[in-house]
Design a protein around this ligand. Structure first.
Ligand SMILES: Cc1cc2nc3c(=O)[nH]c(=O)nc-3n(C[C@H](O)[C@H](O)[C@H](O)COP(=O)(O)OP(=O)(O)OC[C@H]3O[C@@H](n4cnc5c(N)ncnc54)[C@H](O)[C@@H]3O)c2cc1C
Length: 579
């Protein structure tokens, strides 16, 4: 399956990559940019003018918008052409999602429809199920939802209690139980749900709207995304034909986990889109608002915020598209991109998908928090956009696997790959060698930082695996720090490589803003790594390695204050977000 340039998921920790080997947002072609433009115009012209109705939960308005977006082709990126879709690559699908950011509730509806509410059928449906549902899900004439969570089975999704019992004549299953917090359940035509056959075999089912015995609890009163309907689903002797079993009996966990990987990189892309919109609003406000006789953008405190907001966004964007680029590269060589081989290609990068989700959602929370601060008291009031952005963003750290669960995935998957010999991480950890020295070039110092970040992550990973062995998963304090160490490395490298590629294209002066972002990202990554690694080494009783750590973090610190000012000056000069 792998082609010559195939990079294993997680191998970035041991590989030295060239800038031209990664996909970056600057690589989007005219067709991809056209999809993005269509999506942005749809949000501006159709969605945002209906904000009040959407937030008042006038669901016919939101459903109507979803159907309109279907007519524009915005729901069909991931659906194969033979079933009425466009069958686009994942980079295009992610870019469309990013470009749909702007109205918190609508974008979640859209994400569910094009993600968890349809992808399980794309990847696991029988030809008959695909013929029945996919054309409608592609054009918006059918709506989907995804019911995995239960009251006693949230992060521990496989603890589900909903049961499916085969009827005596073998024609159907009878479902009893309930699902909790299901987005779009009340408006969905097809409900993708999970139940345990015989109380044990976790299995996917497709339940049609209106099936006898199916009902819904009241809408949850939520902190944000007020226009979304989120409710429980109740199954009371719901009869589901055997032809509606999704995938194989007892294999529902594969559906649940593989689809989550896709949800995670898309959520990361959406978070980037929201960050960009939040920055545009904040900049616009700070250009207008005056205090002490000056525009807010004149104040250093505000300029630093704007600079940092852009830096976090650019970094999250770099890693999100690098990851979808890796997936697309592997998918391009897959025998059947919508079958087992396609799923394997996406699963290969599950560590990266989790990092994209965690880093993207946390960058977004930083950005919207600073957005509120830029607006001051008006940021706290509903008639300005900051208040809704702040509330609507918070959910992203909770669904598609909480950020804690994703951090556990990052660290434990890497250790598993190392233990099974898929990745030579332990070998590399045995000898982290001498610290890398600054190379020549505008981001030469940052190249050394990234090389040393890898050494630090490998050092801690190797020591942790040696100390705890199979018990490492239980040492959550270490595991969570390890995940952050690895993520900081991936973010820093993704940012650096993208910037190097950009410098080669536009020259140092043209790429001044990316260079500034790279300085900030790498400096913060190594600062964070030093702290995390130190805490791990001390906690593991490995203080003897503190000297090695000190050598790896030794550097002439980058001037992050100046770098933020470079970014802010550019924003203020252009009066818009431009990277
Ligand atoms: C608005 C909204 C929309 C949603 N939409 C959907 C949907 O469409 N379909 C669907 O199926 N679900 C949906 N969910 C459910 C969502 O995926 C779950 O809320 C989420 O997976 C967490 O489960 P939980 O709420 O039961 O929290 P819990 O699992 O109880 O977690 C509580 C806390 O404990 C932590 N924790 C749990 N287990 C561990 C562990 N092993 N180690 C360390 N920390 C741990 C968590 O990270 C979290 O901080 C939605 C939820 C909300 C709020």
């Amino acid at each position: 399956m792998p082609n010559a340039a195939f990079k294993r998921g997680g191998s970035f920790l041991v590989d030295a990559l060239l800038p031209e080997e990664i996909f970056t947002p600057e690589d989007f072609d005219a067709e991809q940019q056209m999809y993005a433009k269509t999506a942005r115009e749809f949000v501006e012209k159709d969605v945002l003018p209906r904000d009040a109705e959407i937030e008042a939960k006038e669901l016919d308005v939101t459903v109507g918008l979803l159907k309109k977006s279907g007519e524009l082709g915005l729901l069909m990126a991931d659906i194969p052409e033979e079933y009425g879709g466009l069958g686009l690559d994942k980079a295009s699908a992610a870019l469309i999602v990013e470009s749909l950011a702007g109205q918190g509730s609508y974008q979640v509806f859209h994400l569910v429809q094009t993600g968890i509410g349809s992808l399980p059928i794309v990847y696991y449906g029988t030809p008959e199920q695909k013929r029945r549902y996919l054309p409608g899900l592609a054009d918006g004439s059918l709506l989907g939802c995804y019911g995995l969570t239960e009251t006693a089975a949230g992060s521990d999704a496989l603890a589900a209690r909903t049961k499916a019992v085969l009827s005596a004549d073998g024609s159907h299953y009878v479902l009893n139980g309930s699902k909790q917090f299901i987005t779009s359940a009340r408006v969905a035509d097809v409900l993708i749900v999970f139940a345990k056959v015989g109380g044990e075999q976790f299995t996917g089912f497709l339940v049609d709207k209106g099936t006898a015995g199916l009902s819904f609890g009241p809408d949850e009163h939520k902190m944000g995304i007020h226009g979304c309907t989120t409710s429980s689903i109740i199954f009371e002797d719901v009869q589901v034909p055997v032809g509606n079993v999704l995938g194989e009996i007892g294999q529902g966990h594969k559906i649940a986990f593989n689809i989550l990987n896709m949800g995670r990189f898309k959520l990361g892309a959406l978070a980037v889109g929201m960050c960009k919109r939040a920055i545009e609003h904040s900049l616009g406000y700070c250009l207008e608002r005056k205090q002490f006789g000056q525009r807010l953008v004149a104040f250093g405190a505000i300029r630093e915020k704007l600079g940092q907001m852009v830096a976090r966004t650019y970094a999250a964007e770099s890693m999100a598209y690098r990851t979808v680029g890796l997936i697309d590269q592997l998918l391009a060589g897959a025998a059947d991109k919508y079958g087992e081989a396609g799923l394997d290609s996406i699963e290969e990068y599950s560590v990266e998908c989790s990092m994209v989700k965690v880093v993207g959602s946390e960058a977004l929370d930083h950005v919207v928090d600073e957005m509120v601060q830029c607006y001051g008291g008006y940021g706290y009031c509903g008639e300005y956009p900051a208040e809704a952005y702040y509330r609507d963003s918070r959910i992203n750290r909770i669904y598609e696997g909480t950020n804690e669960i994703n951090r556990l995935v990052i660290a434990t998957m890497l250790v598993r790959k190392a233990t099974s010999g898929v990745l030579p991480l332990f070998e590399a950890a045995e000898d982290v060698g001498v610290p890398a020295e600054a190379a020549t070039g505008v981001v030469g110092a940052e190249q050394a930082v990234v090389a040393n970040l890898k050494k630090i992550a490998l050092l801690v990973l190797g020591l942790a695996a040696r100390k705890y062995g199979r018990g490492l998963g239980k040492e959550q304090s270490i595991v969570l720090r390890l995940a952050d160490l690895v993520s900081a490395t991936y973010v820093a490298e993704s940012t650096l490589l993208r910037t190097q590629k950009d410098v080669a294209r536009r020259g140092e002066a043209g790429a001044a803003l990316p260079v500034a972002v790279t300085r900030i990202t790498c400096e913060e990554a190594i600062d964070q790594a030093e702290r995390l690694a130190r805490q791990c080494l001390v906690a593991m009783g490995e203080s003897g390695f503190l000297e090695t750590l000190a050598a790896l973090v030794k550097r002439t610190p980058a001037d992050v204050v100046a770098a933020r000012e470079v970014i802010a000056a550019k924003l203020v000069e252009m009066e818009r977000l431009t990277i």
